[in-house]
Design a protein around this ligand. Structure first.
Ligand code: PMP
Length: 430
């Protein structure tokens, strides 16, 4: 059997044939070595959890209800957990009722089930550009045509969304839904302004749109600010996704969907076909965590830590980056989005960066259309606080050196990176 070509190629479903692991996966394996300061993984600081409390919660679930925890459960998820998740939503002023909710295996399964529910081959989905790599993965695996709507420091540009909607109308087509991460977006680290939220809600009504509101980071605002959710503005037009991954721990793989009744019913059927039911064990762990622990204090502790790390990274960027490099200023969560000057391609630069013991995710992973060659995502939530300046200094030095090379070759006329297909930048957490 030849190993350089895939001998099973002729057997795959069409949606799988075009899928491949990105070449940067191998680099991420190197990036996880201890000498590398990695800004790549979109991961929470689980070491900031109170492990003794977690241990109590886990052992009490087994001690008090082991047989139930180790049994199958219902496809919609445990009603007791759904009640607690509604309470979490209410802390963000997101309306909801336990009956509206489906417990999923993280937000990722939610995105995948929603794509499966709505997308036929070639259907159009409008998504922020850049957007979450796993969101693109879910859309692509159902062969959606993803059209990006640019993001600026106020979130998705809703005027450009309107243009895209009008363009679709002219083509006689309709978007299946609009995918947005309104709070502390992954990867851009920006939030949608209040005015744009209202405008988006109006557009949803005017164009008969369905919105997919993905909200892992809303409770991680550094100043504790809460903006109105889209679900609170146009509830019948929103499929809302939440997750405990950033509020508690991604290891419990617990997320949820809140959807209008008819959509919820279809999603429950799809989920039962996929994996029958969420794990009773992890659901009961999350349930007990929320019922017995000061979870809001824990979120405050996380947020305080991330705020401190963001400040350290921003100060280091200010100090170390050459002229012409720009970045966003996050008001919450995990990410800074970096833009480099013309002549530098962040996909090509990654190998050199890893060679200099610093890692990031190249921007192309966050676009479905090959854009993003001049961008990179820096995640500050996971690396140790003390190592952030060192990592930024290594990246700054590399960019200084690269820019010198670029100037030597092109003078002031360096080209911007071309769009180029790239595999999904997965394998680094969220
Ligand atoms: N949506 C967004 C925007 C994310 O950033 C992530 C993960 N980082 C997810 C969904 C999925 O996370 P999980 O499956 O752990 O809930």
């Amino acid at each position: 059997m030849r190993l350089d070509t895939d001998p099973y190629l002729s057997r795959y479903a069409t949606r799988v044939t075009g899928m491949s692991a990105s070449e940067i996966r191998a680099l991420f394996a190197v990036a996880s070595r201890p000498e590398v300061v990695s800004f790549a993984g979109g991961m929470p600081a689980t070491d900031a959890l109170d492990m003794a409390a977690v241990e109590d919660v886990v052992s009490s679930v087994i001690r008090d209800a082991g047989a139930l925890a180790l049994q199958y459960g219902g496809g919609q998820g445990r009603p007791e957990l759904r009640e607690h998740l509604v309470e979490v939503m209410h802390h963000e002023e997101v309306p909801g009722h336990a009956d509206d909710l489906i417990v999923t295996v993280g937000g990722q399964q939610a995105l995948e089930l929603i794509a499966k529910c709505f997308i036929d081959d070639g259907d159009v989905v409008l998504a922020e550009g850049p957007t979450y790599v796993g969101g693109i993965g879910a859309l692509k695996s159902h062969r959606a045509e993803v059209r990006h709507i640019p993001v600026d420091d106020q979130g998705m540009d809703v005027d450009l969304l309107e243009d895209a909607l009008n363009e679709l109308r002219r083509e006689g087509r309709k978007a299946k839904y609009v995918y947005t991460i309104p709070n502390h977006q992954n990867p851009a680290g920006v939030s949608m302004s209040l005015a744009r939220r209202h405008r988006l809600a109006e557009l949803a009504e005017a164009h008969d749109l369905l919105l997919l509101e993905d909200n892992p980071y809303g409770l991680l605002d550094f100043a504790g600010r809460i903006e109105p959710s889209l679900r609170s503005l146009v509830p019948d037009r929103v499929v809302y996704v939440g997750t405990m991954s950033k509020l508690f721990a991604p290891g419990v793989r617990t997320g949820w969907i809140a959807a209008p009744g008819p959509i919820r019913d279809k999603l429950v059927l799809l989920r039962e076909a996929a994996d029958l039911c969420p794990s009773n064990l992890t659901q009961m762990i999350v349930e007990r965590w929320l019922a017995t622990q000061p979870w809001q204090d824990q979120i405050k502790r996380f947020t305080e830590l991330y705020r401190e790390k963001a400040e350290v990274m921003l100060a280091a960027l200010e100090k170390e980056m050459p002229e012409g490099v720009h970045w966003t200023t996050p008001a919450g969560a995990f990410y800074i989005w970096l833009t480099v000057p013309a002549g530098i391609d962040t996909s090509d630069l990654l190998a050199k960066a890893v060679g200099r013991r610093v890692a990031y995710v190249p921007g192309r992973g966050f676009y479905a259309d090959g854009a993003g060659g001049a961008q990179a995502r820096l995640c500050f939530s996971y690396p140790e606080l003390e190592r952030i300046p060192e990592g930024v200094a290594r990246l700054g030095e590399l960019l200084h050196d690269e820019l010198e090379l670029v100037r030597a070759v092109f003078g002031d006329d360096a080209p911007s990176p071309d769009p180029r297909p790239s595999g999904p930048a997965t394998g680094v957490g969220g």
